[in-house]
Design a protein around this ligand. Structure first.
Ligand code: WT7
Length: 660
């Protein structure tokens, strides 16, 4: 892990320590999509030629002649003179190839309702939706906000927006009205697509009322939204505002499935996805079309060894996150995969739900997050053991480092001791998988994401930007532009430069610490900035802190990520209450402030603990030393306090917490 200055301390897996390696079976290797390791050096010889070749597997309405334009770094253009329609690549192309009857989506609602959509049917629905959106004034260059449960219409909406050359901004359904509105304002979305509600944990979780609240907020920014399109799903009571709100199922009846997809330039914006950074304001990560689709489809095929004719693929991510964009919507559909989409939570009605879905649909490739695996481990192997999981042949992990113990459990209990696990490192900003084993080639090491993908030059450097040696730690960087890279922070080029490129100039700084083992495999060590990772979701300490100080009783706050056995990290907040305040008794503070954060940002940001203290540890220059608070929150011995302005403050805090 790292200290405040971003330098690496020791890692439990020290030089010389043995880790077990799981080589691919001969059987797996013989059938693998990528089975010749020369791909790595061939791609390294000429990465642009490699990516151009992968890009040519897509359907371009106007073929590109340029590959990479890096004349104005860090603003990359890939395949810039080419034109394509992203949605047609995910749909019409497969139908035209005679695959219209192949199942695209096996949808399973949380209450148990199901719906199957073939590629022909999905194409038809997307064309109708595109016609409907056109009638509502959506056209190329516009932004559409999507705030939906995990239902087929969420995918249809995304693809319909893409088909028109407009950009979507999907906002995770767990975000608050305030977070939703901030994203709408920033992107200047003119349409919101939502649902009345969706099923979660056996209940309907309302979405439309949150949209109403978001649009009613006085944010100082004039409201850009003109229309709200509402899918009927939860059956919950909603208020439809005359002239603004429309029911999807009523509108859609007027439109047929005739729609010609136009080609758009490769660099046409495809979507904006907001993610937390080191400041209070989320960043709108902008992804464009041709390069993005190239890398998501290539990695989806290579890393998961996808056989579209026979595999049944399931990624449990919500479309509100980048994993849902790249490995539920665009990667799998561009590859003509058959996939499962499940609306609800893994414990509804009981912890057997995921495994029953795998058994029911014969899922062969399963992609989820370590936090979910650990939650299932806690419940016990006797639950998955009641189901036939023999269809599983590849397992994936994403969102945080997978601890070796969870890796082994996943491998044995879910993968029957034979399915390779691909631990995939990437980010909202990278758009697609960057570091991961290739299951037919790589000897797997539990806990390590291992190797950059062919055509990707990720490495580990020291503070000066020099590559570190084997057995050493440092900061993870990407050295050359890659096709699915973030193009900018929406509306803020300077922030894009400052956040990712200022540290090393010409190398992309990912914000993660990492180390090479003795074989040169990469082990991720977590963030080196003030970004938390709770259940694989990114949260910003600064954003939670600013939500806390917006509470009338809070004078100051500091937020840290404390280790948590299930969620990886948990939010722990330290607050100083205003001395004059009479509105909040310290005993109520914890309950009230937890609720306050959830209401401001969303339930995912709700602190596990809120601790009231009288002082916070600061350096002489006034910077809060979160590292020390993290030690306290984790019940560890507090580290070096010599740089504190007041060296006694930590013992005061500890005494207070003990007394409280
Ligand atoms: C951060 C990105 C990639 C989609 C989900 C999260 C951490 C992600 C791994 C992994 C170790 C990982 C990193 C990264 N992370 N995958 N396999 N091993 N760490 O996307 O919200 O953009 O977060 O998640 O810290 O920087 P995100």
């Amino acid at each position: 892990m790292t200290d405040q200055n971003g330098t690496i301390e020791s890692h439990p897996l020290q030089h010389g320590e043995e880790v077990e390696v799981y080589p691919p079976s001969d059987e797996f290797r013989a059938q693998a999509n990528v089975r010749d390791s020369s791909v790595y050096w061939q791609a390294a010889q000429d990465p642009e030629a490699y990516w151009a070749e992968r890009a040519r597997q897509l359907k371009w309405s106007k073929p590109f002649t340029e590959i990479l334009d890096w004349s104005n770094p860090p603003f990359a253009k890939w395949f810039a003179d080419g034109e394509l329609n992203v949605a047609a690549n995910c749909l019409d192309r497969h139908v035209a190839a005679g695959l219209g009857d192949r199942v695209a989506i096996h949808f399973e609602g949380e209450p148990g309702d199901t719906r199957t959509l073939s590629y022909a049917e999905l194409t038809h629905e997307v064309k109708r939706a595109a016609n409907m959106l056109t009638s509502l004034g959506v056209s190329a260059g516009d932004r559409v906000a999507i705030y939906m449960p995990m239902i087929p219409e969420a995918v249809i909406a995304m693809l319909a927006v893409a088909r028109l050359g407009a950009a979507h901004s999907v906002v995770f359904g767990g975000f608050s009205a305030e977070s939703l509105r901030a994203r709408i304002d920033d992107a200047q979305a003119e349409l919101v697509i939502t649902a009345d509600g969706g099923y979660r944990k056996g209940r309907v979780s309302a979405l439309k009322p949150t949209v109403d609240d978001a649009l009613a907020l006085d944010t100082g920014t004039p409201l850009s939204v003109e229309r709200v399109l509402v899918v009927q799903r939860g059956g919950n009571e909603v208020v439809m505002q005359e002239g603004r709100d429309l029911w999807w199922h009523e509108e859609i009846t007027a439109f047929d499935g005739q729609h010609e997809a136009k080609g758009f330039p490769s660099e046409n914006p495809l979507f904006i996805l907001y993610t937390s950074g080191t400041t209070g304001k989320p960043k709108g990560i902008l992804h464009t079309s041709g390069g993005y689709l190239t890398q998501v489809s290539a990695t989806h095929s290579d890393v998961f060894d996808l056989k579209p004719e026979t595999d049944v693929y399931w990624c449990t991510a919500d479309i509100g996150w980048i994993t849902g964009h790249s490995y539920v919507v665009y990667g799998p559909l561009a590859n003509g995969a058959t996939q499962v989409i499940y609306e609800g939570t893994p414990e509804t009605p009981d912890w057997g739900r995921w495994w029953s879905i795998i058994q029911k649909y014969g899922v062969s490739i399963f992609y989820t997050a370590p936090t979910a695996i650990r939650a299932c481990m806690k419940v016990g192997r006797q639950v998955p053991e009641q189901y036939d999981l023999s269809s599983i042949r590849v397992l994936g992990s994403v969102g945080e480092p997978i601890n070796p113990e969870a890796w082994r459990w996943y491998h044995e209990v879910i993968g029957g001791g034979k399915a390779p696990i691909v631990d995939t490192w990437w980010q909202t900003e990278t758009g697609a998988i960057m570091i991961a084993p290739l299951p037919g080639l790589t000897g797997l090491k539990p806990g390590s994401a291992q190797v950059p993908q062919p055509g990707i030059t990720a490495t580990i450097v020291d503070e000066q930007g020099e590559r570190v040696g084997h057995g050493q730690g440092g900061l993870l960087v990407v050295q050359r532009p890659w096709p699915s890279m973030v193009r900018t922070v929406w509306g803020d080029d300077q922030r894009f430069i400052d956040t990712y490129w200022a540290k090393f100039g010409d190398q992309y700084f990912a914000g993660d610490g990492a180390r090479f083992d003795d074989d040169g495999d990469i082990w991720l060590l977590g963030r080196v900035d003030d970004v938390l990772n709770v259940s694989g979701h990114r949260l910003s300490t600064a954003e939670i802190e600013s939500a806390l100080v917006e509470h009338h009783a809070v004078a100051e706050s500091a937020v840290v990520g404390a280790h948590d056995d299930t969620t990886g990290q948990a939010v722990v907040a330290f607050v100083i209450l205003k001395s004059q305040q009479t509105l909040l008794a310290p005993e109520q503070a914890e309950v009230e402030l937890k609720q306050h954060v959830a209401a401001h940002i969303g339930a995912i940001a709700r602190p596990r603990r809120v601790l009231v203290v009288s002082e916070l540890p600061k350096t002489r220059s006034g910077k809060i030393m979160r590292r020390l608070l993290k030690d306290v929150a984790e019940g560890k011995e507090v580290g070096d306090t010599t740089t504190l302005a007041d060296t006694k403050v930590m013992s005061t805090i500890q005494d207070q917490l003990r007394a409280g």
